[in-house]
Design a binder for this molecule. Sequence first.
Ligand code: SF4
Length: 371
Amino acid sequence: MPREFDPWSVVDVEDYGKLIEVFGIEPLTEDLLKELPFLNRYFARKIVFGHRDFQIIIKAIKNNEEYAVMSGIKPSGIFHLGSKMTAEQIIYLQKLSPKAKVFYAIADIEAWEDNGIPFEVSINYAIENVADLIALGIDLKRTYIYLQSREPHVMRYGYFFARGITYNLLEAIYGEKHLGMYMSAMVQVGDILLPQHPDFGGPKPTVVPVGADQDPHIRLTRDLAKKYARRHGFIPPAAVYHKLQWSLKGPGFKMSKRDPMGYITLKDPPSEVRRKLMNAYTGGRETAELQKKLGGEPEKCAIYQLAMYHIDDEAKVRRIYEECKQGLRLCGECKREVTELFIKWLIKHQEKREKNLSKAEEIIHEALSRG
Ligand code: SF4
């Protein structure tokens, strides 16, 4: 299995075309998109750029058959825009069919292994994260939320699959890590295959919406699913891949919980969001004169990327792009416009997340009582 990056330390994916050419991710073609009942912002704007076996999900939708959407969150902080993107993908894939069921892992084992966050602390983040997920629109009636450390099946699967893996293979995929990280990777294989466990109805098509940096986990899981297909009947999980949103510092920096000025959380007060966005990297030219003459470079601009990834109004986003390219807008006014549009959405979202905190607490306490 060739290695392109490890999902715990990747900074940026420079060339999405390379993932398609070298690692076998298939491009998401127009023909495939036409098969979907409707598109969300990420699919329509090609932010979701590739897939593995997504046809099995399209087939399940058309035949009105059951399928699973598998994803989760590492509870190491409040949702930021990257976590929002994954959550919105999950919700979209759930909305595509009444037969879709979401499995949502709270990766508390990974939070401990990767970030050293004790379980009793990550629980608090888990409650906040689930409140965001509900506020974004997940259908709780068709969602199973669990804690990795309290779901015995994922840990048993982790141990079971460990027999099919050598240390050298893990090192080739993830680089040299401490043992806990490798164990956490095995638990994630358990997460992805959990929807196919007999206690959850057995083998079924499953799709995992992920950032491009998570492909090593997907390839490892698919290989193991194939290896143990005869014994367990696993269907190799499908995946859809989205481009990573950069840090507000611009291209080359990953939006990460480790760099507070580079990202926005869904709990940030509007004044903080304004401060961060007014300091964000843009694709503007050195002077206003040059900007008017040459136009800006929205492709390199964190403000334009925010609009592209998070503002629904298609006409407005298109206008920002055109006016920028033609030198008809300057960065100061543009930042203000995009910031206020985003804050308008954020304020409404924060009201909803606040209302859902007690429901989220209930869900996490129920998850804690398992295992
Ligand atoms: Fe970015 Fe707007 Fe400046 Fe263009 S005008 S580079 S989109 S901030």
